[in-house]
Ligand binder design. Sequence first.
Ligand code: RM4
Ligand code: MN
Ligand code: MN
Length: 430
Amino acid sequence: MSAILDADFIARANAPLAASLERDYAALGEQLERRGVAIDTITGQVSGFAVALPSWAVGTGGTRFARFPGPGEPRNVFEKIQDCGVVHALTASTPTVSLHLPWDRATDYTELRQYATTIGLGFDAVNSNTFQDQPGQQHSYKFGSLSHSDRAVRTQAIEHNLDVIRIGQLLGSHALTLWIADGANFPGQQHLARAFERYLESAARIYAALPADWRLLIEHKMYEPAFYATVIQDWGSSLMAAQTLGPKAHCLVDLGHHAPNVNIEMIVTRLIQAGRLGGFHFNDSKYGDDDLDAGSIHPYRLFLIFNELVDAQWRRVPDLRPAHMLDQSHNVTDPIESLIASATALTRAYAQALLVDRQRLDELQTDNDALMASQLLQQAHASDVSPILARARQQRGAAIDPLQAYRSSGYRARAAADRPAQQRGRAGII
Ligand code: RM4
Ligand code: MN
Ligand code: MN
């Protein structure tokens, strides 16, 4: 396993950076103290932050036009886990992987789980796939899956989900993420109400098969691949479904699945209020479901989402434990680098949200001081919390500068040598 980064390598990479981190951390600590914030408390909270890596994001993504594979792409789920292990070794904030089935099918899931354990990883939610036809599959999903007009197709899609739950149990997972592509391209193509009813009936059968300590995460998406109407197209449909199914059903918010300019933090807070915020697929976007690196386009929006989460924590909202997962497609970057940058962006937004003086904000809101309330949030977002993030990583044996450490590790070159390129130039899938 020459390719995994060892602790010695990270210690060597950190050595020349430790002294300046010390000074930067002390300077920031002094500055925060003047604002009434104890830096070590924030660092401690940041150390507890974790986000799951999507197995499908360690390969190079693409568009429907083309995919340009990078060197050393993982060829199977074991190699994907290995790449995820590198991200976690460098950041200490990605201890779990979210698998997608059947993309990540293995012959022995107990072996896969053991392998993941040896490199310090566990498993988050498992994802089912009823948006593509698989070789040898009896019925096609061309016109839908769980909401299909034909019962036989619905049954096949339900069975697949039950299979994914069984695999998830072997892996130690505790949630199934349900995203369906079902919908219509044309008005009239589908009876909108009946399709939703059929979805609810199918989802109820999946729900009934959930183990006691599992959650069903219902993911909505406004459009694509269906371009006129999607069965679970918005958080309203998602919440209706969750409330109809029962207490183990929750809503998953993928940041790229909304209409442009939708206020996502508002959706987050409504779902918290309904007790149904199940988790996130973090990514960023400019136009549609672009699956760009988290925080790369709208960092303030990401901060505002974390601001709602931290606020809910501060208000002690009971039983709030949303799954944090990334869902990205890396078309022009080294996926490992993008995942490092994205995990860092999330941690940064979280740390900044922790800096907000909630008591003060409450007073400003009560006094209707719009300007100062807005300034309070902007000041937190403008704070450079990098030394806190670096210290949190350093304390857990990860890299002070994870991107730099990754580049100097030679991991990609070794992976390229160990994993000769397969087929080139296939179309992208996500
Ligand atoms: C969808 C959605 C799902 C993901 C697929 C691949 O747009 O985001 O979460 O599983 O893409
Ligand atoms: Mn998603
Ligand atoms: Mn998506």
